[in-house]
Design a protein around this ligand. Sequence first.
Ligand code: PLP
Length: 427
Amino acid sequence: MTDWEALLAFDRRHVWHPYAALPAVLPPLPVVGAEGVRLRLADGRELVDGMSSWWSAIHGYRHPVLDEAVRAQLGRMAHVMFGGLTHEPGVLLAQRLVELAPAGLDRVFFADSGSVAVEVAIKMALQYQLALGRPLRRRLLTVRGGYHGDTFGAMAVCDPVGGMHSMFAGALIEHLFAPRPPDGFAAELDEGWARGVGDLVARHAHELAAVIVEPIVQGAGGMRFHSPACVALLRRLCDEHGLLLVLDEIATGFGRTGEYFACEHAAVSPDVMCVGKALTGGYMSLAATLCTPAVAEAISSGQGGALMHGPTFMANPLACAVALASLDLLQREGWREQVARIELGLRRGLAPARDLPGVADVRVLGGIGVVQLDHEVDVGAVTVAAVECGVWLRPFRDLIYTMPPYVIGDEDLARVAGAVVEGIGVA
Ligand SMILES: *Cc1c(COP(=O)(O)O)cnc(C)c1O
């Protein structure tokens, strides 16, 4: 028998959890297993997963097809270095990503996490401009409210307030921040915003290498949705001024917003695109940075003659094998219908939240449901209330939100939405 009391005591004193103090303020819940959309706790309780383990477990847990893909690859090799060597799962996954990606993105760099994929994208932009003889183009333009990861390069393009740049003042590159795109997926292009961003790009083009944004949905920066017209505008500005457009699809990719990639809402192809999170169906950490031939060719013929990055676990075969299986499953299970059904269920299930005191906004897009409050959430209280409803939620800041696995059934979905609504009362 596992002595959970002892394990939790050690965890509390010695183990960091994401964005946590040590010892932790709130004790984590011990999970002993997970299957389908359910997490099983050490005390036997089962929770319906409303978070997909942060956007990643889109097919749920212990999926037989994904389990088998890992097992089969394990029988061949768990890992081998990618420098000077290659392997079938890596090449096949690259092929598949090229087929699925927006037009023009047919060169693939495998990274080991989303943050690293963003670092690689930034390096691509800088090396590209250098190769084109524009060494002064060293800064990026992004919008406020963004989130691109926790490493230093990625952190520097996160929202300067939400990303707590003040804590790392002097250690972060100072990039250029345009105002947040105006709210509303269905909104028309806001002329004022467009003019502001256009002026900013024009004034600074000589020192800008790229624009980097999350298309359509800003995730960990505030769970906000903006119009495809904003993304299309950024594409035009990049073309006019010789900048690369880098789209971070790490959260939005693989169907979550209702299109396979969120940039398809805007019919825009970026020059560089980052994917991660759901890529392996939540089985392990893998990400990729895709780019156009023009970017790859410039970098490869420029100074150094190579892209200056190469993680130890690049293109890990286990991760590539399970990613391939996950992308197959997405197709086979009909992700578009799954996500459309979740969207409908979330709209219905979250509608009662609109009339509750303390609620500032309720929004749904694809498989994402968000309740924004007019105050900071009491994370502990909401977690307890959700657990009492038999649901796992992880609110942050002023947000109680959900992005359930695509395989969730209608009853479980109603339960998740019910738990969000229930949480408002104690938030
Ligand atoms: C999660 C996330 C990242 C960082 O990915 P990690 O795998 O956590 O390093 C980057 N960009 C976006 C949009 C994300 O949601």
